[in-house]
Write a protein that binds this ligand. Structure first.
Ligand SMILES: NC(=O)c1ccc[n+]([C@@H]2O[C@H](COP(=O)([O-])OP(=O)(O)OC[C@H]3O[C@@H](n4cnc5c(N)ncnc54)[C@H](O)[C@@H]3O)[C@@H](O)[C@H]2O)c1
Length: 286
């Protein structure tokens, strides 16, 4: 079993909303980082986003100016899956189990059998992902929150087959990344997404019932102490990702009415109004 000080390279798969942030966190903690995505345009955007974030950190005096280049040079941006050779692989790709297991299997074939596979899934069963992978004891959940460079919490998920050593290693590694890890059970949505589901779903019900519009609801919730209102937060998460998570919880809880996906969410995804990343969601972004 690999030891924490043997981890030199972290490969992050998927350079979208979460992957770019996770790669930034890994590089800032000193790890050689490979950031992989199928889409070159996503990779280019992720690089620009990381550059902007590092510049802001320098401007705020939180990062030495010479560190900016050092951190950026630690990240290899690639659209070639064969570059993902690492001691730890963190996937942050589309929320579909067959795609995630497909990628893990492809990577298992080119990596050591000791390489650890962590999934950033928000709602899929880690045990189900692990079941499809050779040496499933090295597969675990490492659920970061959005935006990954800012949010401290990481849910560490132990699947049925996941070895305790892997869980302990990911816990210790999260601390090295400057995060606050919490061990959670492999239940649908873990803790945060299960509870937060109702923040989104009830807000959409309020809008559907004509009780209050998006802006008013967001303003009220923010005034009540929530960092972001539900509609602004859904746009930040991505309506496609958020809908996939709702659907996954709905299916996992035997179609419990409390997790029923909302029409407003479904319509936005059908229209391509995915939120901030597509320029339009519940709000418009310039
Ligand atoms: N958005 C959030 O707030 C959030 C928070 C925590 C966890 N998550 C989870 O993180 C994962 C990614 O979510 P996201 O919001 O970053 O999605 P996203 O849509 O922003 O990015 C996903 C990226 O994965 C890429 N991709 C798809 N299939 C791929 C493959 N086979 N190989 C390589 N790249 C591939 C896509 O090109 C895309 O750029 C999901 O499992 C989601 O549930 C999301």
């Amino acid at each position: 079993m690999i030891k924490i000080d043997q981890i030199n390279t972290i490969a992050v798969c998927g350079a979208g909303t979460m992957g770019a942030g996770i790669a930034q966190v890994a590089a800032m903690a000193g790890y050689r980082t490979v950031l992989f995505d199928l889409q070159q345009v996503v990779l280019d955007n992720s690089k620009q986003q990381i550059i902007r974030q590092l510049e802001t950190a320098v401007a705020k005096g939180k990062l030495a100016v010479d560190q900016q280049t050092v951190i950026l040079e630690r990240i290899q941006f690639t659209n070639d899956v064969k570059d993902c050779v690492a001691e730890l692989i963190i996937e942050a790709i589309v929320e579909k189990i067959t795609v995630k297991t497909g990628l893990f299997n492809e990577l298992a074939a080119i990596n050591s059998h000791e390489t650890i596979f962590a999934t950033n899934t928000s709602s899929l069963a880690v045990s189900a992902i692990a079941a499809g992978i050779l040496h499933p004891e090295r597969v675990a959940g490492m659920h970061f929150f959005n935006p990954a460079p800012v949010m401290k919490l990481v849910e560490i998920v132990q699947g049925i087959q996941t070895s305790l050593q892997v869980v302990e290693l990911l816990y210790a590694l999260s601390l090295k990344l400057g995060k606050t890890p919490v061990n959670v059970k492999d239940t649908p949505g873990f803790i945060v997404n299960r509870v937060a589901r109702h923040y989104y779903l009830e807000a959409m019900k309020v809008a559907e019932d004509g009780v209050a519009d998006y802006k008013a609801t967001d303003r009220l919730l923010e005034s009540a102490g929530f960092r972001m209102g539900p509609f602004a937060l859904m746009d930040l998460i991505g309506n496609d990702v958020n809908l996939a998570v709702t659907q996954s919880l709905y299916d996992s809880f035997d179609k419990a009415p409390r997790f029923t996906p909302n029409r407003l969410q479904i319509e936005r995804v059908q229209q391509g109004a995915l939120g901030k990343k597509s320029g339009k969601g519940f709000y418009n972004y310039g």
